[in-house]
Design a protein around this ligand. Sequence first.
Ligand SMILES: *Cc1c(COP(=O)(O)O)cnc(C)c1O
Length: 388
Amino acid sequence: MIPYGRQEITDSDIDEVEKVLKSDFLTQGPVVPKFEKVVANYCGASYAVAVNSATSALHIACLALGLEKGDYLWTSPNTFVASANCARYCGAGVDFVDINPDTFNINVEALSEKLKVAEKKGKLPKIIIPVHFAGQPSEMEAIHKLSKKFGFKIIEDASHAIGASYNEIKVGSCVHSDITVFSFHPVKIITTGEGGMALTNKKDLADKMYRLRVHGITYDKGTMHQRPKNEIWNYQQIELGFNYRMNDIQAALGLSQIKRLDHYITKRHNIAKRYNKEFESLSIKTQKQLPGFYSSFHLYSACFKENKNTEIQKKIYDTLRKNGIAVNVHYIPVHRHPYYENLGFKKEDFPEAEKFYRESISLPIYPSLSYQQQDFVLQSLASVLKNI
Ligand SMILES: *Cc1c(COP(=O)(O)O)cnc(C)c1O
């Protein structure tokens, strides 16, 4: 079976993990801070907080920015549910902004219009989470400008996009956001098995996220509350946090993987180039790459125009799967999940995201996908299209 994405684990990855397994610390040792430093340096951010998933990172990012009951968080409907669930964990409301039909990312004009309406109603969002779909950055300069005008905070959900950049700005540098979140799930660009990270340039946000990762505990004398002189306090829980730690076994894998990050993205670009060429000649729509933007190509989506009679998407999906190619669809628009429908969202609330969901297929793209396997994917696809 050829999956739509998969990890690559090398012997040196295994050696690095083994070193930790034979060491004194499986968790809370020296490797997590080392991994944090390497990722922060790679991205050009001041602080990095490693956690056990991107979902956890999104949660503590929202808490650090003060999201609470009565607040609103807006994101793209074309994403994994975690980008919206983080608001619900904080008791806040969620709303969505439809996608741009060319980039499949949040539509900046629609966002601007929605903000104007929300301002009149006195219901502006506290946080907006642009999602860098498939690894292509959202239009951060424009979104950042809107944040200055309307006073919201920005968390970039860059779960797909470590290694990506726009106009020479690395995703994760937080030049146009408060916090950026990465995922290290095995299907993403680099992996720690499970894991995530939140990056920021703001010390107060970093301190808060470090604390929320460990139960709300501080070891910092200056942050601790005053106690009677004769009591020995070396730590205090000063707020309610979680056990969201990444362990040293995971961080060792991440440290070893990140050495190959740029190489991986080059390989992903080479596959995308081949697919692009094929689809251009067939006039099949794919994700528009904005000038000056460099995607990390976590996903490769191709759109097959809706046609009520033939159900092209389903036919391609079923036939390729029968041929051993596990294509997928990203994403079921978040508002169409029963949990969100129960909050009042309806079919056709965000028509572009729904159209994309009905038309797109995610084709296999990952560093170890061989040239022959790429041929097989393209040939299988061509033969389905011929028979439609
Ligand atoms: C994978 C993913 C997440 C969640 O990542 P985990 O590390 O599995 O928690 C969040 N947002 C997006 C867009 C994702 O693709």
